[in-house]
Ligand binder design. Structure first.
Ligand code: MSP
Length: 508
């Protein structure tokens, strides 16, 4: 089977990463870990978007060269992914040679085929979004034009210049056909916005600037630099060694991508311009583009002026990496907007991680220690009324949710199993049973341990450290981690149970 290729947006290096960037990257990592655990070869690509006026401005404000600035911030992103246990397979920077050469080759190929042509551009530009807007899109209100992106609304600049254009209008029909096939636009409740936008009619787009110096020069016309979005979108194939008119093996093995995960504010670039660029190159579009929602912080949009950017490291210092990853994936359905607050995180931490899961593990392991001295005999034949059997049956549902990127749904199913086990402990009360009928306690404990082994495997994509800690305590150390439910059920029995420190100490 073809490897499962997942991408995140390339993050701008104008400022340090915050929880919004962490959100997309963690989601991509969760999906990648899930696929790997199922034995699917997986390729996760992330990186940084380093050209454009906005970045040149940030560098000049810091008094260093754009490249030195980009090196520094790109390094911060890379370190953050390591800190958050994101296992990306490749990391691309748009200032790398492999990328610049590919962008130049794409530009030349499309110029030769007539899909790029030279003309004059006159219109409005948002520096912050690095986006051009037409008269219609950004009408004058009280003498001012503001960026139509509702997340931005900054004043626009009027620009007039000679420019290269990409013949986007030519691809309107083919794009509509692509959307009709059904899978491409995800989640479906965001699809309409794109379909309607394309149906209203597409204009050719300007893809070069003469005023922006920090960019990839147009081949043969170095007065112009290539528009940052045209440059950056190509990363998804440049990282695979794509060459117009014939690529090496890696591109053929990995393309088309299974899913581009992006925030809703850049959906259009990925769902309209990017597939049209690929069509122009004679390359298949990705299977899906998934636009997730936006986080606000305590009800407000994160912004420099409000000073409410949340540094992921601050959150993990208090709650740990796994609880942060869990919260991001659990708090809102992937696709919807959400609000980030430390209070909400603390609440979920104490209720769902410390209480539901952490307590369950420590109560079960305490009993195993006390009543059978940590020696878990061989797995008993699985009887229908065993919780292990009931829980293992939910595996396909979890897999289906994960395939739809419905991460919070998958976690809900997992937590319903955790709660079921807690209820089972309460209902069977092994501590009482042990006094009257110690033999009856054994199968209950086996059942609980085996069930917890399955749960540890399920939570690995979300909380890799917790899963490893659970599996070590549950005596499955010698298995390659993570374990799938199938491996847990059919694999070896595992060695001694050894209770460890609590997974999630309560936070006040
Ligand atoms: N460089 C472009 C993307 C080019 S992709 C070829 C860009 N960069 S960005 O640094 O602004 O990152 C935007 C992405 O970061 C969003 O699409 C989203 O994935 C993530 N987020 C940034 N802020 C966010 C929130 N407040 N909430 C959720 N995700 C957000 O756009």
């Amino acid at each position: 089977m073809k490897p499962y290729y997942i991408t995140t947006p390339l993050y701008y290096v104008n400022a340090e990463p915050h929880i919004g960037h962490a959100y997309t990257t963690v989601a991509a990592d969760v999906l990648a870990r899930f696929m790997r655990a199922r034995g699917r070869e997986t390729h996760l690509l992330t990186g940084t978007d380093e050209h454009g006026a906005k970045i040149a401005e940030a560098a000049s404000a810091a008094g260093i060269s754009p490249q030195a600035w980009a090196d520094k911030i790109s390094g911060s992103f890379r370190e953050l992914w390591k800190h958050l246990d994101v296992r990306h397979d490749d990391y691309i920077r748009t200032t790398e040679e492999r990328h610049k050469a590919c962008v130049a080759a794409v530009f030349s190929a499309l110029k030769d085929s007539g899909d790029i042509y030279k003309g004059r551009y006159s219109g409005f530009y948002c520096l912050s979004c690095e986006s051009y807007w037409t008269d219609k899109e950004a009408p004058e209100i009280e003498g001012k034009r503001k960026c139509p992106n509702t997340e931005c609304r900054r004043p626009l600049q009027l620009v007039e210049e000679e420019s290269y254009f990409f013949r986007l209008s030519k691809y309107q029909e083919r794009l509509t056909e692509l959307y009709k096939k059904g899978m491409f636009l995800q989640p479906s409740n965001r699809a309409n916005e794109i379909v309607r936008f394309v149906e209203r009619g597409l204009e050719d787009i300007s893809i070069s600037r003469t005023k922006v110096k920090w960019g990839i020069p147009v081949p043969g016309d170095p007065e112009h630099t290539i528009y940052v979005w045209f440059d950056a979108l190509i990363n998804y194939v440049s990282a695979l060694g794509f060459q117009p008119g014939g690529s090496p093996g890696r591109f053929n093995d990995l393309w088309p991508a299974e899913v581009h995960i992006v925030g809703k504010e850049i959906y259009r670039f990925h769902a309209v311009i990017w597939p049209a660029m690929l069509m122009a190159l004679g390359v298949e579009p990705p299977a899906r583009v998934f636009a997730h929602g936006w986080w606000t912080v305590s009800g407000k949009k994160m912004s420099k002026s409000l000073g409410n950017f949340i540094d992921p490291r601050e959150v993990t210092r208090e709650f740990g990496v796994d609880a942060f990853r869990y919260f991001l994936m659990r708090e809102v359905p992937f696709g919807n907007d959400g609000d980030f607050s430390i209070e909400a995180l603390r609440k979920r931490y104490n209720a769902e991680l410390a209480n539901d899961l952490g307590n369950l593990l420590s109560r079960v392991l305490e009993m195993v220690d006390k009543y059978i001295q940590g020696n878990l005999p061989k797995r008993p034949a699985l009887e229908e009324d065993f919780k292990t059997s009931q829980i293992a049956k939910r595996s396909p549902e979890i897999a289906a949710a994960m395939e739809r990127l419905a991460f919070s749904e998958a976690l809900e199913i997992i937590w319903s199993c955790v709660r079921l086990l807690n209820e089972h402990v309460n209902a069977t009360a092994p501590w009482k049973l042990f006094k009257t009928d110690p033999d009856k306690v054994k199968p209950i404990l086996f059942d609980l341990v085996w069930s917890l082994r399955i749960i540890a495997g399920w939570i690995e994509p979300f909380m890799p450290r917790t899963a490893a800690a659970m599996q070590a305590q549950l005596g499955v150390r010698q298995f390659p981690m993570p374990l799938t439910p199938e491996e847990v059920l059919h694999g070896p029995n595992g060695d001694r149970i050894q209770k460890g420190p609590p997974l999630f100490p309560r936070k006040t």
